[in-house]
Design a protein around this ligand. Structure first.
Ligand code: FPP
Length: 248
């Protein structure tokens, strides 16, 4: 019998997959545990999905690890999540280095505690030579924050006479986003049954296929990723054109 993995066409993988890892809190609540218990188990899913993505040949993987809105959660949860994120990066960085994974972080770093910033920048440096899989952590990130910082840069360049207003187009805007070095995601996955983009990559998801699953993030494993990839490959991506225009 053909396994789920064998059904995936390696020639037509999305280059960039973005994931909203949702449902850790509900997973913990179902077990009568604290929300942090859910985040802790969510790390196992992160590990499995990063490993599977590298194996199958996905080139860019963006994980929504902490949104700018998440700063408003109870202080103990924020502190616990930060600690978990930093400790996970610290623990995994050697393995990432060995496996050709390059770590990137996008977000509003001014909000991060200095120790976390320091730890992350060391991990970025340690993996800077790699290019098998680009793992992008969206940390203290939101789509509106990203657009705002891009528009500020553009306004400053116009004011300084370095850029004509008429030259601003979609490519120029993309080149000022935090994701400027990565292609736009072709597939966005959200776990836990919520059907929202929740201020994630607002500009970059313009043509992405959206895939929603009921599975809570701590239960999300590589077979769920494979299912999402198969679903993606069964869709026709038209970019506003008609089907007839796409078939030569
Ligand atoms: C959403 O679940 C999840 C988060 C806000 C945090 C995601 C973080 C991890 C999986 C931890 C580690 C990540 C890395 C990259 C090392 P939720 O708390 O909103 O769940 P709920 O909707 O059920 O309340």
């Amino acid at each position: 019998m053909e396994t789920v993995l064998q059904q995936i066409d390696r020639e037509h993988l999305p280059k960039h997959v973005a994931i909203i890892m949702d449902g850790n809190g509900r997973w913990a609540k179902e077990r009568g545990e604290d929300r942090l218990f859910g985040h802790l188990h969510g790390v196992q899913s992160v590990r499995d999905i990063v490993e599977a993505s590298a194996e199958i040949g996905i080139q860019y993987l963006t994980l929504y690890a902490f949104s700018t809105e998440n700063w408003d959660r109870p202080q103990a949860e924020v502190a616990g999540l930060m600690e978990l994120l930093v400790n996970t990066v610290r623990r995994e960085v050697d393995q990432m280095k060995k496996n050709g994974i390059r770590l990137h972080v996008i977000g509003d770093f001014s909000m991060l505690p200095p120790s976390a910033r320091q730890e992350l920048s060391e991990a970025l440096e340690m993996t800077a030579e790699n290019d098998h899989l680009h793992l992008i952590l969206a940390l203290s990130y939101s789509g509106r924050w990203d657009l705002t910082q891009a528009f500020r840069q553009l306004a400053q360049k116009v004011l300084a006479g370095e850029l004509y207003t008429e030259s601003i187009d979609a490519d120029v805007i993309s080149a000022h986003l935090a994701t400027r070095n990565f292609p736009d995601p072709e597939l966005m996955i959200r776990s836990s049954g919520e059907h929202r983009i929740s201020n994630f990559l607002l500009y970059q998801l313009a043509y992405a296929e959206l895939y929603f699953t009921e599975t809570l993030w701590p239960d999300f494993r590589r077979q769920h990723l494979y299912e999402a990839l198969i679903d993606y490959q069964q869709r026709e991506r038209r970019f506003g054109k008609t089907s007839e225009q796409l078939t030569p």
